[in-house]
Design a binder for this molecule. Structure first.
Ligand SMILES: Nc1ncnc2c1ncn2[C@@H]1O[C@H](COP(=O)(O)OP(=O)(O)OP(=O)(O)O)[C@@H](O)[C@H]1O
Ligand SMILES: [Mg+2]
Length: 515
């Protein structure tokens, strides 16, 4: 629709934008428009071009062709600062925080140039606390960013974007590692902003969120504009069909569990920083055990403690009946214990190395890859290619550096890296962050196949559907302790949410937590 009356209410108009990365056509003549006060969802598969488009709007990259108009005036968004000055702020998919600085320092980082105001420390503190309070987020303003969980870092990014009171706020998968409560806080904030006529561009792979927060949805596929539809009246099914160009059947696989021996047992585990307190749990061969709970409840730290990343004060980690004394990721990996971290950029991938190397890195010592420390290039190529194909990494051009891949595809590369090794135990922390609905099904199939092969899987996740549909048993973590344990039919949304929030959860208590 391009009649004049519609045009006048347009805050932003993008016409025929194109962007190439080497041989890859990331955006091909894409149109997009945004009205004041609307939430406009960008939807598309991994690699469809969503982040590329918003990176252009946020001034982070330059388009090869096309025009951008802000309030009917052509603009050239040469830098992130320039975009911010024009009223466009973004929360990027991959965080841009300086990890050695504090939350408040990060919120203000680089803002002197955009706001033109130099603030004293005191004023900075007050403003930072004000923003964080307004958002209702639980983040300590003086904490160093490196000490925060992924979710807290995500909240810090959002606070940072809010500093300049943008007219257009871009959120690239802001809820990917938040749980219910934080997501609701963010949604409330979005409503307030909407009432203040702020326009929001929202990217998500959680299809259910689209109707909840969106007004309109623009669907991209392979860098091309497909359609713009109404968010409230378009069904999830229709959206997924627009996104993939095909219909998607069953989403979660049938998982049949045949649990046998205990492979991994934590005994009264307490970490030095008390993020985990007296946790005992078991994971058996042939089952998937879910670890659920709110952001910051300590579920992530449990996984990290098993790998020596989180120092342990008391308690034991047992693997196949043997107490592990030296916990570190590499020796664990060689023993048969794999840990897939939630932060693919910080702990998982070497971004400026070829994708092939990233995938083979965790299994170079295996006989299939090398003999007597001599790497077999051709078998490395074949093996990594097959793994990446299984995980549907696109494009399948593994000599390209990992950072040339879209966010969701980087996540698939990370998973490929770990599945290269057929280990006895897998601990996965938020394995589907940023992965599109089609490819998620692939990841779930893979987890189910691990369980069927007798692998023990500990699935740490903030995605409730994932926990509900994939787990044989679930431990709910609250304030660093095991709050409840559910098995089989007891694993319901209601039971889990009760345990997340209430002091004395219904269902089984910790006393029956051992299977
Ligand atoms: N710096 C880069 N160098 C080369 N190719 C790139 C670069 N950045 C993006 N691409 C390519 O551009 C295409 C679009 O990527 P983009 O990151 O925009 O996808 P996306 O829709 O955000 O996907 P996701 O849901 O996985 O985040 C992909 O094929 C990607 O591999
Ligand atoms: Mg992206």
């Amino acid at each position: 629709m391009t009649d004049n009356s519609a045009d006048t209410e347009m805050l932003l108009q993008v016409r025929s934008i194109g962007k190439n990365f080497g041989g890859v056509r990331a955006l091909d003549h894409v149109n997009f428009d945004l009205k004041s006060g609307e939430v406009h969802v960008l939807f598309g598969e991994n690699g469809a071009g969503k982040s590329t488009l918003i990176n252009i709007l946020a001034g982070a990259i330059r388009p090869d062709e096309g025009t951008i108009e802000l309030s009917q005036k052509p603009v050239s968004l040469e830098s992130v600062h320039e975009a911010r000055r024009q009223g466009i702020a973004a929360v990027f998919q991959e965080f841009s925080l300086a990890s050695e600085l504090t939350v408040e320092e990060n919120i203000f980082l680089g803002s002197e140039e955009t706001t033109g105001i130099v603030l004293n420390k005191r004023k900075m503190r007050d403003t930072a606390s004000e923003i964080v309070n307004r958002l209702g987020f639980d983040i300590p303003p003086r904490a160093q960013v490196s000490s925060l969980s992924r979710a807290q870092q995500q909240m810090t990014e959002i606070a940072k974007a809010m500093l300049t009171n943008p007219k257009i706020l871009i959120l690239d998968e802001p809820t990917s590692s938040l749980t219910e409560r934080e997501v609701n806080q963010l949604f409330e904030l979005m409503e307030v902003l909407q009432s203040e006529e702020v326009a929001i561009i929202y990217i998500t792979h959680r299809v259910a969120e689209i109707r909840q927060v969106g007004d309109r949805v623009t669907v991209l596929r392979d860098g091309r504009y497909i359609d713009t539809v109404d968010a409230k009246s378009t069904s999830q099914q229709e959206l997924v069909e627009l996104m993939t160009g095909r219909s998607i059947g069953e989403f979660f696989p049938e998982v049949s569990f045949k649990p046998s021996d205990v492979c991994l047992a934590l005994k009264n585990l307490t970490t030095r920083n008390k993020s985990v307190i007296d946790v005992s749990l078991e994971v058996r061969s042939g089952e998937i055990v879910g670890l659920a709970g709110l952001v910051g409840c300590g579920k992530s730290e449990i996984g990290r403690a098993c790998f020596g990343i989180e120092p342990i004060e008391r308690g034991e980690v047992e693997f196949l009946g043997e107490t592990l004394n030296h916990l570190d990721p590499n020796s664990n990996l060689k023993r048969g214990l794999s840990y897939v971290p939630p932060d693919r950029r910080r702990e998982g991938l070497l971004l400026d190395r070829p994708t092939r190397e990233n995938i083979s890195l965790a299994s170079l010592d295996l006989a299939t890859m090398s003999t007597k420390a001599v790497l077999h290039r051709s078998s490395e190529r074949v093996i990594t290619h097959n793994l990446a194909e299984r995980m549907r990494v696109t494009p399948l051009a593994l000599e390209k550096d990992a950072n040339t891949y879209s966010g969701g595809n980087q996540q698939k590369i990370l998973l490929s890296k770990y599945i290269a090794r057929k280990n006895k135990v897998f601990i996965l922390d938020e394995p589907t962050i940023g992965v599109d609905v089609g490819a998620k099904a692939e990841v779930y199939e893979f987890l189910a196949s691990l369980a069927a092969e007798g692998v023990a899987v500990l699935l740490i996740s903030s995605e409730l559907p994932e926990i509900l549909n994939m787990s044989n048993r679930v431990y709910v973590i609250r304030s660093g302790t095991v709050q409840a344990h559910f098995e089989g039919q007891e694993i319901s949304e209601e039971n889990l949410l009760n345990a997340f929030f209430s002091e004395s959860a219904q269902g089984n208590t910790i006393r029956s937590a051992t299977p």
